[in-house]
Design a binder for this molecule. Structure first.
Ligand SMILES: [Zn+2]
Length: 360
């Protein structure tokens, strides 16, 4: 997939649910904060909000928003502003070059993407990418104003890179602003978080998201796509190039629905050899999270029509066992990029599900 067009990125950056976050960023910056971290669920437009704010900081005509007309704004639009540094894992940079890079892809598997090299592009932000900032810091801004680093996802910083970045965050060079973006703030290093001012971007109210999706041309599919994306409008707009084939997703959910009646023999025939582990585990996790929501009085975010299935499950499946199953999924998700046997890994997750219900 190519990077999204600058127009789409701009439409996302200007989305109504992001404006509160952008005002918070501006207020924090006005008070002298030099390290800002936007966090919240994937697919809500945080990355585009960070890029829009970077444009604001770099704009040569002071005002509430980037003017769109000065030299700096033109360089920004062209994607080659000399005082802007964008740092993403190589795996994201290859797929979504430059400013069209989308957020929310940190967890998306590279499986099936057409990377030509022998080695898989890294999904981590490495020290070489961050060490480079020292030289950026040593320079005066090309255009005499601010310099901005946009980095994400922050949870992809590996330890050496995070430690190198800390130096910059601790002793900020004048006029250098760090904008970090994270989909999973609980996976960011505390030392990084403690040096950043945090701004949260929530999932917007459904009606607002739907209206925006329709304005972007999502049409009649908007409600279904928003639901599939767990309410995250940018993910809904982007569609599902990393999702499972719809019939496979449907048959996996059908297995989960069988709950206590599910037999191990049904699992073996249901999983194709080429299944993508990441999206399959994501699907299982969404099921597990909705079960938690059901048991704790929350609303069903991903499977709103499955209340009866969860009610039936609740007669057999202890919450603590469900929690343990989700933990195994998290561990499986963490190794989803390793060359496991995909089918056996996905089957094992389903067999664990059966065992977890039976052990309850
Ligand atoms: Zn401007």
């Amino acid at each position: 997939m190519d990077g999204m067009s600058a127009a789409v990125a701009a439409a996302i950056g200007a989305a109504p649910w992001l404006q509160a976050a952008r005002l918070s960023l501006a207020a924090l910056r006005a008070r002298g904060a030099h390290a800002l971290l936007l966090h919240g669920p994937a697919g809500t437009g945080k990355w585009q909000a960070a890029m829009a704010f970077a444009g604001e900081l770099l704009c040569e005509r002071p005002g509430a928003a980037a003017c769109g007309q000065c030299d700096s704004c033109r360089l920004m639009a062209a994607g080659n502003h000399p005082d802007l540094r964008v740092i993403v894992p190589d795996a994201l940079a290859e797929r979504r070059p430059g400013q069209g890079q989308e957020e929310g892809e940190a967890e998306a598997p590279a499986a099936g993407s057409e990377t030509t090299g022998k080695t898989k592009p890294s999904r981590e932000i490495k020290i070489d990418q961050v060490r480079d900032l020292v030289s950026l810091s040593a320079l005066t801004a090309h255009r005499g104003g601010a310099r901005v680093v946009v980095l994400g996802p922050a949870e992809a910083l590996n330890l050496p890179a995070a430690n190198a970045l800390l130096k910059g965050l601790e002793e900020p060079p004048p006029n250098l602003v760090f904008l970090l973006v994270s989909d999973q703030i609980d996976r960011c290093l505390p030392t990084i978080l403690s040096r950043c001012a945090l701004v949260r971007v929530p999932v917007p109210p459904r009606e607002l998201a739907l209206q925006w999706l329709r304005e972007q041309g999502a049409g009649a599919q908007a409600p279904a796509r928003l639901l599939a994306a767990g309410g995250a409008p940018v993910a809904a707009l982007r569609g599902s190039d990393d999702d499972l084939p719809p019939d496979l997703a449907a048959s996996l959910v059908a297995l989960l629905r069988r709950g206590a009646a599910l037999e191990p023999a049904e699992v073996a025939s249901a999983v194709p050899r080429t299944v993508a582990i990441g999206p399959a585990v994501d699907l299982f996790q969404r099921w597990g999270w909705d079960y938690f929501a059901y048991r704790t009085g929350g609303s069903l975010r991903y499977h709103p029509a499955d209340e009866a299935s969860f009610a039936a499950l609740a007669r057999h499946w202890r919450l603590s066992c469900a929690g343990a199953w989700i933990d195994t999924l998290v561990r499986l998700r963490a190794v989803a990029d390793h060359p496991l046997n995909a089918r056996s890994a996905v089957e094992a997750a389903l067999l664990d599900y059966i065992e977890s219900i039976r052990a309850s």
